[in-house]
Design a protein around this ligand. Structure first.
Ligand code: GDP
Ligand code: IMO
Ligand code: MG
Length: 421
């Protein structure tokens, strides 16, 4: 029996989908514990590419995909994703926590309105209604999965909640009307479609642990988007760090074994907010083009920069990461020099921690270690020694600085382009 956890250590898009799919071979259940369809997790198997937003990545390997209570679910997106996978010959086995919050139409409208209101101070959200849905959960105005399969409860809750939303719509001068009848019909219909999947997943998962089954917990986003430890307020609204896995699934912390931190070999970020190692030159262009750094969910170009170990060190500490998986090492090939940030300079002084004050973060100047680059990585590499010597030096510095062992290196998007140590 093992309960392992995969988390992103940067600003998301580290390759979690690929790595979760890879480790799913040994899992019975693969569980999302936070976030919603702001995530975009890519899995490539032979010539087939799957982009999953809310369905757990383990369904591609035929494992049971659980959407935990810590997630927010847009039922329309989930139903379409399940349908599309079914059409492509994958029969996804999905279970939904009865306690997960549901993204409602007004959440999506408010996400857009809040961003518009913020103007040049906007967060750059995915506009999927994530922030407003989590806000309602915390302020106890949420609709949960269990509510959409009971028309009467849903109707009563909508009476209270819509009265509040109408006032907020007025304040934002939003023209769209909230039609209770239409929302009730649509969401009762979604409830009927999903009824058989909505269950007490926390009970099923704990029973699975007791009977020796293997569970893989799949994080979305990354530490720097965490609502507490990320670049707040330029963050998402959930707990993306390892601690979120316990509250987001109902699996007690004592059950969790390995915590695998996914580290992209360089840094990317989508949306607004500071990113100390961002590049605006030819090297940045190399990362963007060779790494095909276009957002999986919103198709926005991702900002690119050198690997920032202050960021990853912060993640290792907060999540108690036990193993590292390095992704996209192949993207660095062909660069004459490669750099790793091992410290920041702030107000003329060297610091080696990530500041809470966002204005300070935007003034941090990275301190780099520079290495000679390498040419082509052999796609058939099976072990560390098969990689170019300079790439090995690069990996060794990461291990040394983070004091955490590398368990896996990914050298391409495909399932097989993976070296496990
Ligand atoms: P996630 O959100 O963390 O699951 O990451 P995304 O799927 O949004 O973005 C990662 C992108 O990099 C996807 O297009 C993957 O197919 C791709 N990818 C993953 N690992 C590798 C790798 O080792 N090398 C290359 N070249 N691409 C990779
Ligand atoms: P995966 O799981 C990268 C970013 C958005 C924005 C901020 C807040 O694929 O790594 P939100 O819609 O959550 O309120 O947006 O968070 N963001 C992501 N960036 N990868 C993601 O998910 C992201 N999910 C949200 O771009 O800056
Ligand atoms: Mg992604």
């Amino acid at each position: 029996m093992a309960v392992n956890l995969v988390v992103g250590t940067q600003w998301g898009d580290e390759g979690k989908g690929k790595i979760v799919d890879y480790f799913s071979k040994d899992a019975d259940y693969v569980v999302r514990f936070q976030g919603g369809n702001n995530a975009g997790h890519t899995i490539k198997v032979e010539d087939q590419v799957y982009k999953l937003h809310i369905t757990p990545s383990g369904v591609i390997q035929g494992k049971i995909g659980v959407i935990g209570n810590g997630c927010v679910i847009d039922p329309d997106v989930l139903i379409k994703e399940i349908d599309e996978l079914t059409k492509r010959g994958i029969k996804p086995k999905v279970l939904i926590s009865d306690r997960a919050n549901i993204i409602m139409p007004y959440h999506k409208i408010l996400d857009g309105a809040e961003e518009k209101f913020l103007g040049n101070k906007k967060i750059g959200t995915t506009k999927r209604g994530i922030g407003p849905c989590y806000s309602d959960k915390i302020s106890r105005n949420g609709i949960r999965a269990i509510d959409i399969i009971d028309r009467e409860t849903l109707s009563k809750k909508l009476d209270t909640i819509l009265a509040i939303k109408i006032r907020i719509f007025d304040a934002y001068k939003i023209d769209e009307k909230l039609d209770k009848k239409e929302i009730l019909e649509t969401y009762s219909y979604f409830g009927e479609q999903l009824r058989n999947l909505i269950t007490t997943t926390h009970v099923e998962l704990n029973m699975a642990i007791n009977s020796g089954k293997n569970i893989l917990l799949e994080g979305a986003q990354g530490t720097m988007l965490d609502v507490e430890y990320g670049t707040y307020p330029y963050s998402t609204s959930s707990h993306t760090v390892a601690g979120g896995a316990s509250t987001g699934t109902g699996i007690g912390p004592k059950h969790i074994d390995d915590i695998i931190g996914i580290v992209k070999a360089y840094t990317t970020r989508v949306g607004e907010g500071p990113m100390p190692t961002e590049l605006f030159d030819e090297e940045g262009k190399h990362l963007s083009e060779k790494g095909r750094e276009i957002g999986t969910t919103t198709s926005r170009p991702r900002r690119c920069g050198w690997l920032d170990l202050i960021v990853v060190k912060h993640s290792c500490m907060i999540s108690g990461i036990t193993k590292l998986a390095i992704t996209k090492l192949d993207v660095l090939e062909g660069l004459k020099k490669v750099k790793i940030c091992t410290g920041y300079r702030l107000n003329g002084k060297k610091i080696d921690f990530f500041p809470a004050n966002i204005e300070q973060v935007s003034r941090c100047e990275p301190i780099y270690e520079e290495f000679d680059g390498w040419n082509k990585i052999n796609a058939n590499s099976m072990k560390l020694a098969d990689l170019p010597e300079n790439a090995q030096t690069y990996l060794k510095l990461i291990e040394k600085e983070l004091r955490t062992p590398i368990a896996l290196v990914s050298i391409g998007p495909g399932r097989k382009e993976t070296i496990e140590f």
